[in-house]
Design a binder for this molecule. Structure first.
Ligand code: NAI
Ligand code: MG
Length: 358
């Protein structure tokens, strides 16, 4: 197959982890006789420096033409003093919105080798393997009005959804559950919020279409507790934008490092943007310390979701597993034992596994 991939390295460790992602994509192409072509564009701080805007028109155009997009990370102290519309993060929010990337998939899996790297008890973390499906372009983060009133004595944010927006994210979650353990937990605050009551109605309506999936409703506060007391309970979680943001950061403690978490953001036509969950890590940028595994696992998601390359995706995941089995990891993983290596060496070991695995 021939695929054209847009790379948006961005800032800080973004370029380092993007290089790792590209090397893994190239090794998959070589191994499976695909042709992947690459194009690279600016986004975030580097785009502000080069084009005076965090999201140049060129970048958006290239994104619309690509078969899939990989993004490193944006932001850093260099741009912190700029006004809101000129912040690097505007580039990321802008591209999500312009491409209609409403479904954010965040798998959280505890690798056996890293159980002791989590601050939680290893017997609690063991066997956790869940997927958070977060609504990404609506809800509390986008609802209008959002303003200060009454001479600054009143402030308002709005949690608003069109029924259609809830339906499409709920469909996505049911479909994700169908190819996993077929257990869907819809997380809301229906004891208080009207929007959550509509969310529940939609889930109840939709479940007849997915009779193989068991579904339940859980209040977000209870879900937050259960995520750290019994994470293995969950398979797929579907939830509103802000609830999903908070729960997925909480769930990252299961994996031992932010540097292990991949993500995919999909739109209705199946175009996807793939990125590590972590940010630009200015504290370690340029030191070859960045853990490339979140990015490499994001590549596996790209292969599966955008290209339908199941076997290729499994090879990438197996290669990561194998490198961890051999005891190699970057310095962010807080483990006694094993061998700490640089980010580029870890990526090279994954590439070697892909090239030689049977
Ligand atoms: P961060 O995720 O960049 O870093 C948090 C901590 O985790 C740091 O100590 C960092 O060194 C470490 N870390 C993160 N990724 C790592 C990796 N792959 N390997 C090893 N260690 C890693 O979050 P922080 O510090 O809050 O934000 C830094 C900048 O990144 C800010 O400008 C922020 O706005 C931006 N950011 C961008 C995101 C994106 O592009 N999607 C997401 C989150 C933050
Ligand atoms: Mg967050």
């Amino acid at each position: 197959m021939e695929k054209h991939i847009l790379l948006l390295p961005g800032d800080g460790i973004g370029p380092e982890v993007t290089k790792a992602a590209k090397s893994v994509l190239q090794s998959v192409a070589d191994r499976f006789q695909h042709t992947f072509t690459f194009e690279s564009h600016d986004i975030g701080g580097v785009a502000i420096d080069n084009h005076e805007t965090p999201l140049p028109e060129d970048t958006v155009e290239a994104a619309r033409k690509a078969d899939a997009i990989f993004l490193g990370a944006v932001g850093g102290p260099k741009w912190d003093q700029l006004p809101g519309h000129m912040r690097p993060e505007k580039g990321l929010l802008g591209i999500r919105k312009q491409l209609g990337l409403f479904a954010n998939l965040r798998p959280v899996k505890a690798f056996q080798q890293l159980l002791h790297a989590s601050p939680l008890k290893h017997e609690v973390v063991a066997a956790s393997d869940l997927l958070i499906v977060r609504e990404l372009t609506g809800g509390l983060y986008f609802g209008e009005p959002r303003e200060r009133r009454n001479n600054g004595k009143t402030v308002v944010d709005t949690l608003a959804y069109e029924r259609r927006e809830i339906e499409r994210i709920v469909d996505q979650a049911f479909q994700s559950a169908q190819v996993r353990k077929k257990h869907l937990t819809s997380v809301d605050k229906a004891n208080v919020l009207e929007s959550s009551r509509m969310w529940r109605e939609v889930v109840e309506e939709k479940k007849a279409q997915y009779p193989d999936v068991t579904v339940e409703h859980m209040l977000v506060d209870a879900a937050a507790m259960k995520l750290v007391t019994n994470p293995a309970y969950f398979d797929v979680i579907v939830t509103e934008n802000m609830f999903g943001d908070i729960l997925s950061d909480e769930a990252s403690v299961l994996t031992g490092s932010l540097g292990m978490l991949p993500s995919a953001s999909l739109n209705e036509t199946g175009v996807g943007l793939y990125e590590p969950v972590h940010g630009s890590a200015p504290d370690i940028a340029g030191q070859n310390k960045a853990n490339p595994l979140a990015s490499i696992l994001s590549v596996a998601m790209m292969l599966k979701h955008s290209f339908g390359m199941e076997e290729e995706a499994e090879q990438v995941e197996a290669a990561v597993q194998e490198v961890l089995n051999e005891g190699y990891h970057t310095a962010d993983i807080d483990l006694v034992g094993g061998t700490v290596v640089s980010g580029s060496e870890l990526a090279r070991r994954v590439v070697d596994q892909i090239s030689t695995n049977d």
